[in-house]
Design a binder for this molecule. Structure first.
Ligand SMILES: O=P(O)(O)O[C@@H]1C[C@H](O)[C@@H](CO)O1
Ligand SMILES: Nc1nc2[nH]cnc2c(=O)[nH]1
Length: 247
């Protein structure tokens, strides 16, 4: 489901969940929502995920601003005939995550006293969590965290020239002491704990980032909508949770 709303004077559409390759969807299906969002007029994409940390400076609950990724997914979302209406055959991936949005998010985090790290996310197929040796491999390959999503969506976002910001919550650490206990339940619990800070950060980023504000006639609707938004914000944001898209 797509949830439509506003944050400040920005129109927002959030996906209630995402598709994963490990669930059996094709890469085209996994990334289809990004195409839809682009055609809805979305200009900027905020994508979030849960991941396992291999950078020893992280701990469970750390918020990591994704500065780059390594594509280790088994299939490429742009494989096959290229549709030039969407984007070019060969996509420049030198700045998959917006440097401008990263800088703004860091500035906000400092102001709000929220501890953030930055790092490289490596995407694997899943659904298994990594073995100790695989976590070690992830680290050797130059990544700071590992997960099962995001990379295909970001590739397709770049294909369509959507400016992208990515953030990851470290829900488990891929080290010898904590690895024995990693489970999906723990992933959900750790993500929930980090959620209030992530919510503040993302909300403020949406407010401050460049984009088209609502037009004056839309402001009238907004004032009526604001009461609703104010009273339902808590509920709303829970659904905005992961991942959030806006334009
Ligand atoms: O959709 P994300 O990447 O946030 O979900 C992560 C990876 C798996 O789907 C799940 C593992 O617990 O969390
Ligand atoms: N692949 C992978 N995905 C995750 N999602 C949350 N934690 C992890 C992890 O340790 N590994």
């Amino acid at each position: 489901a797509l949830v439509f709303g506003t944050i400040g004077v920005k129109k927002v559409v959030a996906m209630q969940g995402r598709f994963h390759f490990y669930e059996g969807y094709s890469m085209k299906e996994v990334t289809f929502p990004v195409r839809v969002l682009k055609y809805l007029g979305v200009e900027k994409l905020i994508v979030s995920n849960a991941s396992g940390g291999v950078n020893p400076n992280y701990k469970v609950g750390s918020i990591v601003i994704i500065k780059d990724h390594i594509n280790f997914m088994p299939e490429h979302p742009l494989r096959g005939k290229n549709d030039e209406r969407f984007g070019p055959r060969f996509v420049n991936m030198s700045e998959p995550y917006s440097v401008e949005m990263i800088a703004k998010a860091k500035e906000i985090a400092q102001e709000l006293n929220i501890e953030v790290h930055d790092g490289v996310y490596l995407g694997l197929q899943g659904p298994t969590f990594e073995t100790l040796s695989e976590y070690r491999m992830v680290k050797i390959l130059g990544a700071d965290c590992v997960g099962m999503s995001t990379v295909p969506e970001v590739i397709v976002a770049r294909h369509m020239e959507l400016e992208t910001f990515g953030v990851s919550i470290i829900t488990d650490m891929g080290d010898e002491e904590s690895i024995l206990s990693v489970s999906h339940k723990e992933v959900l619990e750790a993500a929930k704990k980090a959620e209030p800070n992530l919510r503040k950060l993302v909300k403020e980023l949406i407010v401050r980032v460049n984009g088209h504000p609502l037009k004056p006639n839309q402001m009238h609707c907004l004032s009526i909508f604001e009461w609703h938004l104010h009273h339902c914000l808590k509920w709303y944001i829970q659904f905005l949770y992961l991942p959030t898209f806006f334009w």
